[in-house]
Design a protein around this ligand. Structure first.
Ligand code: SF4
Length: 306
């Protein structure tokens, strides 16, 4: 089947089955084009909870589809590429968080949204990369354990000096491999060009950049600049900006082809069509007790305006 035939069938089956298609910005461009809503994981989950569609196909990785299911338990939620996972989301066993809380009852456990539902359910509050600093600052507790991303955790700790933030030793294998030398090299190649970075990169990398923020923050920053911008996050963001922003500005990818998340690139149009037809994908289920715990952590984030 040609790409156009696949796209036509996707549109047809989507309408016949009352399905909404979500794609994370890191997805391949043809998947982003086929989607109804594109964005970062929390934006997708929050947006779909307000829609009437009974069925959702998520093009991304498993924790994102789980988050959609947590916020929309009555919808059928299908992950288009059944094996797409986030290595960072499972870097801590929930039992280790439970044990930590027993030993440190006065420390609040704050989890990044890039975690499994089972892990979220053990935590006091969930945050996104754009809300993490604001929420940790506002929390009543002084002692905070931030899981699982040590880099985002250290970024939060630096930004909240009056808090005692302990970080876990997890990391995103894609962002963690960016080096200060790579950022220095691209800055030398494009002098006076601002660099936007994701705080999942190491603090010594973030320190060399002009802004650090979530996927949505980076996109907004890049759009607001008068000239070119260097983008130091997963390749999908620069690709998205170059394809969808019709300006003469260049969105320059830092670190070239090394900043690619293999799991995020797994989804194909064939996977998406199979999932729509009920012949592929992975239907998400979340145990009701786990869902209640994970939802409580997300609701607390929303209560802080996250
Ligand atoms: S880019 Fe990193 S945090 Fe995002 S899904 Fe891939 S491995 Fe996980």
């Amino acid at each position: 089947m040609t790409k156009q035939e696949l796209l036509n069938q996707i549109q047809q089956v989507k309408q016949e089955t009352d399905t909404v298609i979500l794609a994370h910005t890191y997805q391949p461009p043809e998947i982003v084009d086929a989607a109804d809503i594109t964005g970062d994981s929390f934006k997708l989950a929050a947006a779909v909870a307000k829609l009437p569609n009974r069925r959702v196909i998520l093009c991304g990785v498993d924790f994102m589809a789980e988050t959609v299911k947590i916020l929309s338990p009555d919808k059928q939620v299908i992950l288009a590429s059944p094996n797409a996972t986030c290595p960072m989301a499972t870097q801590i066993d929930p039992s280790r968080v439970r044990a930590f809380k027993q030993q440190n009852p006065h420390t609040a456990v704050c989890c990044y949204i890039n975690t499994t539902a089972a892990l979220k359910a053990e935590c006091d509050i969930c945050v996104t990369s754009s809300s993490a600093v604001k929420i940790v600052n506002a929390m009543e507790q002084t002692d905070i354990l931030f899981i699982p991303d040590q880099n985002l955790g250290r970024f939060v700790a630096q930004s909240c000096p009056h808090k005692n933030v302990t970080v876990w030793d997890g990391y995103c294998p894609v962002h963690n491999k960016v080096t200060p030398q790579q950022i220095a090299a691209i800055k030398a190649e494009y002098p006076n060009t601002p660099v936007a970075v994701h705080p999942e990169c190491k603090p010594e990398v973030v320190a060399l950049c002009d802004m650090a923020g979530s996927t949505a923050d980076i996109i907004n920053f890049a759009k607001a600049q008068a000239g070119d911008v260097i983008i130091a996050t997963e390749r999908g963001v620069a690709e998205y900006l170059n394809l969808h922003e019709t300006t003469n500005k260049r969105y320059i990818q830092a670190c070239g082809d090394t900043l690619i998340c293999p799991d995020m690139k797994m989804t194909t149009l064939t996977d998406l069509l199979a999932a729509l037809k009920g012949e592929g994908g992975k239907e998400m289920t979340v145990d009701p007790t786990v869902r209640a715990g994970a939802k409580a952590a997300i609701d607390k984030m929303l209560a802080y305006g996250g």
